[in-house]
Design a protein around this ligand. Structure first.
Ligand code: HPA
Length: 246
């Protein structure tokens, strides 16, 4: 049974260290996921990999079929999801290259299909979302960082924005007042949908740039790409140290 899934974000559309065994196109009642699921072994453990933005990095954050992605993983028996995500750093200590295991979320996204519970024949359903991430998976990610000798931040609120544009400086100021330490475009509704399906879910965020108004006068996409390329090497190392713990 394939218990562990890794959802790759910007900069992680493939896992070099994954020994691929097969790919599978999965259909769901919500449509097709971002691509076929890639099955393989990583450090001797079976995992399934799905790049959130598609294998060619063509699906923008607001067009991702988050429901199909999570439902597809649920359908094949996945129980745990590690989500990798590129983010901007709002807090001064979260500089490009930093690895962050966020512990809270503020959702600023809109007009996304964000729930499996849409009425119809099923009774109105609410889920508890006090702690949006799995404590167990977060602990394993933090232990993996320690074992790999990688510095990481274990406490930060992830602010999820709509994108695909980056934020204004004023929006980042507001997010800081709201308590957000990092900003990304894909953390929601992904985390909530995982919770609705009863999947253990945690995020490994990688800071690609200082958020708007926090570093350079403007944000360079070339720089984001360069930083991500460097930082994703650390994410690969981290995954190699986390997977044996799971
Ligand atoms: N804002 C939102 N999402 C991001 C950023 C950012 O600055 N950097 C990488 N993903």
């Amino acid at each position: 049974m394939m218990e562990l899934a890794i959802i790759g974000g910007s900069g992680l559309t493939s896992l070099k260290c994954l020994e691929v065994t097969r790919r599978e196109v999965v259909y769901t009642p919500y449509g097709e996921p971002s691509g076929p699921l890639t099955y393989g072994t990583l450090c001797g453990k079976e995992v399934v990999f799905l790049p959130r933005h598609g294998y060619g990095h063509t699906i923008p954050p607001h067009m991702i079929n988050y429901r199909a992605n999570l439902q597809a993983l649920k359908q094949i028996g996945v129980k745990k999801v590690i989500a990798v995500a590129a983010v901007g750093g709002i807090r001064a200590d979260l500089v490009p290259g930093s690895i962050v295991i966020p512990d809270q979320i503020v959702d600023y996204t809109w007009a996304r299909a964000h729930t499996f519970f849409e009425g119809g024949d099923t009774p109105v359903t609410h889920i508890d979302f006090t702690h949006p991430y799995s404590a167990e998976l977060r602990a394993l990610l933090l232990k993996g960082c320690a074992n790999a000798g990688l510095a990481c931040s274990s406490q930060a609120t992830y602010g999820a924005t709509q994108g695909p544009r980056l934020e204004t400086a004023a929006e980042i100021n507001r997010m800081e007042r709201d308590g957000c330490g990092i900003v990304g475009m894909t953390g929601m509704p992904e985390a909530a949908l995982a919770a609705e399906l009863g999947l253990a879910y945690a995020t490994c965020a990688v800071v690609a740039n200082m958020a708007a108004g926090r570093g350079a006068e403007t944000i360079s996409m070339v720089e984001i790409e360069y930083n991500l390329k460097q930082a994703m090497e650390n994410v690969r190392t981290l995954l190699e140290h986390v997977i044996p713990l799971i």
